[in-house]
Ligand binder design. Structure first.
Ligand code: ZN
Length: 242
């Protein structure tokens, strides 16, 4: 990419987004239905969503018997501690409570800022490594930063499974920048044991906090080209499993 294009591209992109999304779209903060805009900079509020809870256990590790809902709550509290002082942090849940996904979206829209939903993955036992799900254009830079951060504390053999652009309720439906982070595969024996280690969850929390801080300070700078805007309808409970 030429230096000239690097210099003009944010301006051109901003113009494109505002012209196709209408005049009421704010530049990089506040609510926006589709998120067809560059990522946020200077935000002060971080909503931390511990995935699952209550009757919804999420995945259960066949190796350690730990439940995803407990690991996500622990990671959420560690992330809150890492961010406190620099940000206003809101935990979507701070105990073992079930909250419907649509209700989480409603609450996120009320709080504003950015939303980070924390999960642990499950799949074939040979697959491992952190993953980041996003859908909105304004969530791409933060997704790049969070994925890089998780990969940086993940062992080399885990690899870097990278970003997944997927329309699910917590990536498509909030009207604020939002991500779903998968800290590792509980179905993989080695990674499941790693995720069971509080010291590793602390490393993950510190890395994710660093990514959020970098996004607040720099916006999308250095996170690569923005993905194309997509206009798909909101995700519904009847869509593919989330
Ligand atoms: Zn999950």
């Amino acid at each position: 990419m030429s230096r000239l294009f690097q210099l003009i591209s944010p301006v051109v992109l901003a113009a494109l987004f505002s012209s196709c999304a209408g005049p009421s779209v704010p530049s990089s903060a506040g609510r926006d239905v589709l998120g067809h805009r560059p990522g946020p900079k200077g935000f002060r509020t971080v909503i931390i969503d511990a995935g699952h809870g209550g009757k919804d256990s999420g995945a259960t590790s066949p190796h350690t018997r730990q439940m995803e809902k407990d690991l996500t709550l622990d990671l959420a509290k560690r992330l809150r501690a890492e961010l406190s002082g620099d940000f206003k942090t809101i935990l979507m849940r701070d105990d073992d409570t079930f909250i419907d996904l649509d209700e989480r979206v409603i609450r996120a829209n009320q709080f504003g800022g950015i939303l980070v939903s924390l999960h642990f993955n499950s799949g074939p036992s040979g697959i491992r490594g952190p993953e980041t799900y996003y859908w909105r254009v304004d969530s791409h830079g933060l997704a790049v930063r969070c994925q890089q951060a998780m990969a940086s504390v993940s062992p080399g053999e885990s690899g870097n499974r990278g970003l997944v652009r997927r329309r699910i309720r917590l990536t498509r439906n909030p009207e604020i920048p939002c991500l779903l982070l998968e800290g590792g595969y509980l179905s993989n024996p080695a990674e499941s044991r790693l995720c069971a280690d509080p010291a590793y969850r602390q490393k993950l929390a510190r890395a994710i906090a660093g990514a959020i801080r970098a996004q607040a300070a720099n916006g999308d700078a250095g996170t690569g080209p923005l993905p194309p805007p997509l206009t798909a309808p909101p995700s519904r409970p009847t869509d593919a499993p989330e």
